[in-house]
Design a protein around this ligand. Sequence first.
Ligand code: ZN
Length: 298
Amino acid sequence: MLQLFLLAIFVVFLSTPAVASQVSITVDDFNLSSEIGMEPLKRNAAILAALKKHKIKAAGFVTTKYLNDSKAVEAVKEWSSSGHVIGNHTENHWKYNDKTPAEFSADIIAAENKLKPFATFKKIFRFPYLKEGETLEKRDTLRSFLKNNGYSNGHVSIDASDWYINMRLVEKLKKGESVNLEKYKNFYLKHIWDRSEYYSKLARKTLNHDIKHTLLLHHNLTTALFLDDLLKMYQEKGWKVIDAENAFMDPTYSRSSDNIPAGESIVWALAKQMGDKSLRYPAEDSVYEKDEMDKLGL
Ligand SMILES: [Zn+2]
């Protein structure tokens, strides 16, 4: 009996991860033009309030064409004065695969010039759509450009489709249809948790250890509505929420893979390079969520 008891304790000990998984929040684009569901600056305030409540600093990757709207300028100012990192997400949000290296790097510099005045701006760059080049030459030209200009890659580790859930919610609201926000929230939390577990497992399988994660979200209605619940969920599941700057210090973020086309989550890219046959491409997209959302009437 005693042996059984000791064995049970041992099994529990083995199955408990020694270190809790860690996750940080990164928020892309800063398109504040939509008034649907919540006023844009209220949306911004809700996102900042959730981060403050959970005592973490995020990273905001700004596409600077949106700064033509004074509300977006106001939002980025508030992010900066609250101590959140501001990163570069190009001027025009082009897909690199559709542009030449010269066009694309000029677009990065154009964004940099607009972001420099913000106190917490850092030379950290996130590729729109996480697409880093479809040929070896284009991939390497941009990598050299970023390096020569002092940039690090603001990799995503946990990729997800928050933008798609948001898009469907906003479309319903636009049509004046009644929506059950609780159902959207549940689907959103389930989706992000599913992707978090997936990329955490993939990291352990590929690198033999978990990493400090960077979750990709967008500056949109679902982030404003559900970020607080999302951060709560992570903690309830035993994950630690951390500052984005801390996460980006994980050495995994200075790694790059040899894949062509280049891009996607850094965890996905490193797994792909190692010949993992279980990976889908693209790693994340609306098609993977559509049927389930249709079925649920979301
Ligand atoms: Zn983006």
